[in-house]
Write a protein that binds this ligand. Structure first.
Ligand SMILES: O=C(O)c1ccccc1NCC(=O)[C@H](O)[C@H](O)COP(=O)(O)O
Length: 224
């Protein structure tokens, strides 16, 4: 079944929500400019409350060497890296013992063609995401899934799968569109942040109801 990653975890209530809903991955955004920013230290405190079978993903943007080292010591299971090219992601993967997912923030079809030509030796997986980080917007696949960009993404997915790499679909997913995303791209992992949040006293928080709905929509694609 398509696995589920809930990204942008910031507090203990959200950890309890993930434990109760039983998702596969929890993402912690270690990028200071993000509204979902947590320090590595804060993420480590949250790990203590997280069920052991939920994998912990460090999400970073063009991380400096020091942060990569800190992430490597903190107990994460994976490092998802945005804002770097394939060569830089390969260098990061060589520096850390963690499996690395390269996040590609898509802006136009030419970009997918460029990424498809890259050589991946150490990268464990690729996250195909919308142009803006954690924006709740898709990269435009929901029109019909047949345009140039979608075809290029599917071809990219085939290449990654043939090499045994994980393919993650991200950007603007929610309970209403995730089944269509799975039908078009057949990802290994569906990654969501904004689409399972609610505003509570002006603060964004992951909603247990929305996560349950999201999970149900994913399970329905497999007849569960
Ligand atoms: O969420 C952020 O603010 C963020 C900042 C910098 C890098 C990555 C970030 N988020 C990553 C994710 O939440 C997911 O990988 C993905 O973008 C899904 O986001 P959304 O469209 O909100 O579902």
């Amino acid at each position: 079944m398509t696995k589920i990653k809930i990204c942008g975890i910031t507090g203990e209530d959200e950890i309890a929500t993930l434990n109760e809903t039983g998702v596969d991955y929890a993402g912690f955004v270690l990028y200071e400019k993000s509204k979902r920013y947590v320090t590595v230290q804060k993420a480590r405190q949250l790990f203590e409350k997280l069920n052991k079978d939920i994998r912990k993903v460090a999400v970073a943007v063009a991380p400096e060497s020091e942060l990569i080292e800190e992430i490597g010591r903190a107990g994460f299971d994976l490092l998802q890296v945005h804002g770097v090219d394939a060569a830089e992601a390969e260098r990061i993967a060589a520096q850390t013992k963690l499996p690395v997912w390269l996040a590609v923030n898509l802006r136009d079809p030419a970009e997918v063609r460029r990424w498809r030509r890259e050589e991946y030796h150490r990268i464990a997986g690729v996250v195909i995401d919308a142009g803006a980080y954690g924006s709740g917007k898709t990269f435009g696949w929901e029109q019909n899934g047949q345009d140039e960009m979608c075809c290029a993404v599917r071809a990219f997915r085939e290449e990654l799968l043939a090499e045994g790499r994980t393919f993650v679909l991200a950007g603007g997913l929610n309970a209403e569109n995730v089944a269509e995303g799975i039908r078009i791209f057949a990802p290994d992992v569906a990654d969501v942040s904004s689409g399972v949040e609610t505003l509570c006293d002006g603060m964004r928080a992951k909603s247990i109801i929305r996560i349950k709905k999201f999970k149900k929509a994913v399970q329905k694609t497999e007849g569960v």
